[in-house]
Design a protein around this ligand. Structure first.
Ligand SMILES: C[S@@+](CC[C@H](N)C(=O)[O-])C[C@H]1O[C@@H](n2cnc3c(N)ncnc32)[C@H](O)[C@@H]1O
Length: 239
């Protein structure tokens, strides 16, 4: 299993520590490294989500809340954001207050693998760049399935592995060379930026991820490749 520090602690405690470390730089580095494309990807998630007309939405692994904020601005519905890292949540809460969205978005610390909500609570769940960091992917997806209402959607945005020339070559050079180099210069935690490409390579993508979703109780699962499959949006419905 690829984990941030490989210090024989659980992946979960290392992931929590890593995101607590990088929380203050996270937004800047996130947009910088993705060249701003993540904003377009998030809007696509919300466009697909809007087709289901959900009222109560869970943004699992919400981090600093960017996806929850985009959803609140576009859909004007109630969103609960949950994340392991209290520092990421603290940054998110400041942004939400600044944007006057506190009536719509509530953030709380919590774990995708043990979700503190009753069965069938939510009309939709979304996860952006979070599932790759779960310690136990299937446990997390099954918990998400449990708190979703019947036939309600899960939307997962995650990095995948581009296969076409020249996106594949560019992605490899960028993520294994340029990104760790810049990460070393500007981040408090350079390991975060070598963990990122390593964890992407080790994570199931495309049809493999669809199979995992099916195994965890999602039907009608489909995938939308984004930007030459640098990222993929997966959508499935609770059976
Ligand atoms: C790359 S960030 C993504 C944050 C945000 N969704 C975004 O799109 O910017 C991954 C987040 O997943 C969170 N995370 C990892 N494992 C988790 C778990 N088991 N339960 C809840 N959050 C988790 C981390 O704390 C981190 O904030």
């Amino acid at each position: 299993m690829v984990q941030p520090y490989n210090k024989s602690k659980s992946k979960k405690s290392e992931v929590r520590a890593m995101f607590n470390n990088i929380a203050r730089n996270y937004d800047f580095l996130n947009h910088f490294f993705s060249l701003g494309i993540d904003v377009i990807w998030r809007k696509r998630v919300i466009r697909e989500l809007s087709k289901y007309n959900p009222n109560l939405i869970l943004d699992m692994a919400t981090g600093t809340g960017d996806l929850a904020i985009t959803a609140a601005q576009k859909l004007k519905k109630q969103i609960i954001g949950v994340d392991l890292s209290s520092e990421m949540i603290a940054v998110g809460n400041k942004k939400i207050a600044k944007k006057n969205l506190s009536q719509l978005i509530q953030l709380q610390v919590g774990d995708a693998e043990v979700i503190e909500f009753n069965d069938s609570t939510f009309d939709a769940v979304m996860v952006a760049f979070g599932v790759r960091n779960f310690e136990n992917l299937e446990l997390g997806l099954r918990e998400i399935q449990r708190v979703l209402g019947e036939n309600k959607p899960l939307l997962v945005l995650e990095f995948s592995k581009p296969t076409i020339f020249p996106v594949k070559q560019f992605f490899h050079f960028y993520s294994f060379n340029l990104l760790p180099f810049i990460g070393r210069l500007v981040s408090k935690d350079p390991r975060a930026y070598t963990y990122l490409p390593e964890s992407i390579m080790a994570f199931p993508s495309g049809d493999e991820f669809i199979t995992v979703m099916k195994n965890c109780g999602f039907s009608e699962s489909r995938q939308i490749p984004l930007s030459g499959r640098i990222a993929t949006l997966y959508i499935g419905e609770k059976k």
